[in-house]
Design a binder for this molecule. Structure first.
Ligand SMILES: Nc1nc2c(c(=O)[nH]1)N[C@H]1C(S)=C(S)[C@@H](COP(=O)(O)O)O[C@H]1N2
Ligand SMILES: [Mo]
Length: 334
């Protein structure tokens, strides 16, 4: 049967659905809560959603470690637990970085500290990447992934931390979000945070699957760059698109985020002609940051509002043509 897949030649994996699954419940103006409820968090599954049984599930960590090991779900839950509040964002279309999709949320991840765990297994000096395997296999855009496989620089995990997450906002992961266990690399695009995790391999080279070599590589003049760190981005939550606005003081507010944090957000109320610096909350943990600006409209009619974030690293959101380009909201002043 084409849709039944096997991991470590154990029982076949039940995929429901056995094809690409996407759910994007919230538009930017609906992202009013600082913490996104798990049921409101977008879902992306390239080849389908595997239904796993926590009792028979296991995670193997192998490759360039002194002590390869296999963990049951109970083993993972007994490891020291960490919680990290972080934004979580989909990079958008795997082969088209020019389209902005605004699939984003901010949640409290809970799980085992991956950096600490790798240290106890003894990573060998020549190791450079961590390969992560999902339980899901199948086709995406006629290309077979067997299974979904991503990689991440080990240095990133050592310096910035990562989780083997089994909770979102204190609840067990929903099936669609990776039950029973997923990788979370805070600050990296969602595609790297492998759901339904079954194996981690420590390696010297990058992984060679379609999701690391073909998809999620941005082309630029010097070659390609893996889609890892989240670029600065912001969305206006209020006012909502097409909202009627009275000609008196109105608060424009929204969320801004970037790997490493955001240092400033500018807001334009005239379609990008003039920009004013908004108030910006300091970052706590790795969460998105609220920005706001008081605006008193000067004339009636349509006004196009925009926000533009600058990361601590000094990158600025482009106006158009890239996944993190400026988001515009058109409102009507009465
Ligand atoms: N195993 C597996 N992990 C995966 C994916 C997948 O298709 N298979 N999709 C990735 C992508 S593109 C994103 S954006 C995030 C989405 O996580 P979420 O559905 O929990 O929001 O999961 C990532 N992890
Ligand atoms: Mo994604």
């Amino acid at each position: 049967m084409a849709d039944a897949h096997r991991v470590n030649s154990a029982a076949p994996i039940d995929m429901q659905p056995p094809r690409t699954y996407r759910r994007v419940p919230l538009l930017p103006h609906q992202m009013r809560d600082a913490i996104t409820a798990q049921r409101d968090l977008f879902v992306l599954a390239h080849v389908g959603v595997p239904r796993l049984d926590a009792k028979s599930w296991s995670l193997t960590i192998d490759g360039l470690v002194r002590e390869p090991r296999t963990f049951t779900f109970d083993d993972v839950c007994r490891l020291p637990k960490i919680e990290i509040e972080s934004f979580h964002q989909c990079a958008g279309y795997p082969q088209d970085p020019t389209i902005a999709t605004r699939r984003v949320g901010n949640v409290m991840w809970g799980g085992a500290d991956l950096e600490a765990l790798l240290a106890t297994l003894g990573v060998l000096p020549r190791a450079r990447y961590l390969w992560s395997y999902g339980a899901d296999s199948g086709e995406y855009e006629s290309i077979r992934a067997d299974p979904y496989l991503k990689d991440c620089p080990l240095q990133r995990i050592e310096q910035e931390g990562a989780l083997l997450a089994y909770e979102i906002n204190g609840e067990p992961l929903d099936v669609a979000h990776g039950f029973p266990l997923r990788l979370v690399v805070p600050g990296f695009y969602g595609t790297n945070c492998v759901k339904w995790l079954t194996r981690l391999t420590v390696a010297e080279t990058r992984a060679d699957g379609p999701f690391t070599t073909l998809f999620y590589n941005d082309r630029h003049s010097g070659g390609t760059r893996p889609v890892w760190e989240i670029a600065p981005e912001s969305v206006i939550v209020s006012p909502a698109p097409a909202a009627p606005i009275a000609a008196r003081a109105t608060e424009i507010w929204g969320w801004a985020w970037a790997d490493g944090g955001v240092v400033s957000v500018e807001v334009s109320t005239d379609n990008g002609l003039n920009w004013r610096e908004a108030d910006l909350a300091a970052q706590h943990d790795r969460a998105w940051q609220r920005f706001s600006l008081a605006w008193t409209p000067q004339r009636a009619g349509e006004a196009v509002l925009m926000s533009r974030a600058t990361s601590k690293r000094g990158d600025v959101q482009p106006l158009a043509g890239w996944r993190n380009c400026v988001y515009a909201v058109s409102v009507i002043v009465h």
